[in-house]
Design a protein around this ligand. Structure first.
Ligand SMILES: [Zn+2]
Length: 161
């Protein structure tokens, strides 16, 4: 039983690593081997379409997830989408202070659109100017709508410069 569990974990790990290096599963290789030439042509056409999709940025509707609160800024750059979002912690979140907004970057990976967190400003990784500008505009608008920040409160607009 323990051994079976370990074998299974090992298999999953290998499959994930293989995916990073472009390895195909045995079952997919077998299925391609079963195809006739028109089917193989069709498969190649589909592959080209899917490769093209990886060069485009994810749509805003692709970047949804369970913990997402509100999306304050959404900007596409190259094949990535940057979103400035609030997030729920999943625990009775009505009582929490606001979580975020934090910056996330989404990229297509097969049928999935995993998000990488870049945190709050100053961000964990370099961010394109177009994204910084959009976030600055968002904060400027927020400041105009609210009372001036309390003494000692972090001014995100300054950190973004
Ligand atoms: Zn919460």
């Amino acid at each position: 039983m323990e051994q079976a569990k370990r074998d299974n974990e090992e298999h999953t790990r290998k499959r994930r690593e293989g995916r990073l290096h472009g390895e195909l599963s045995e079952s997919l290789i077998q299925r391609l081997r079963n195809c006739n030439p028109p089917q193989l042509q069709n498969a190649m056409r589909r592959c080209r379409e899917l490769l093209k999709a990886h060069r485009r940025p994810p749509l805003k509707s692709d970047c949804r997830n369970r913990f997402q609160g509100s999306v304050r800024v959404s900007v596409a750059v190259g094949n990535k989408r940057y979103q400035y979002e609030t997030r729920s912690c999943g625990k009775d979140c009505g009582k929490c202070p606001n979580h975020g907004p934090y910056l996330y970057v989404y990229t297509r990976d097969g049928a999935l659109f995993p998000a990488k967190s870049l945190g709050r400003a100053p961000f964990k990784a370099p961010v394109p100017r177009k994204v910084k500008t959009a976030i600055q505009a968002f904060h400027k608008q927020e400041l105009n709508l609210q009372a001036p920040p309390a003494k000692g409160q972090r001014d995100t607009t300054t950190l973004l410069r």
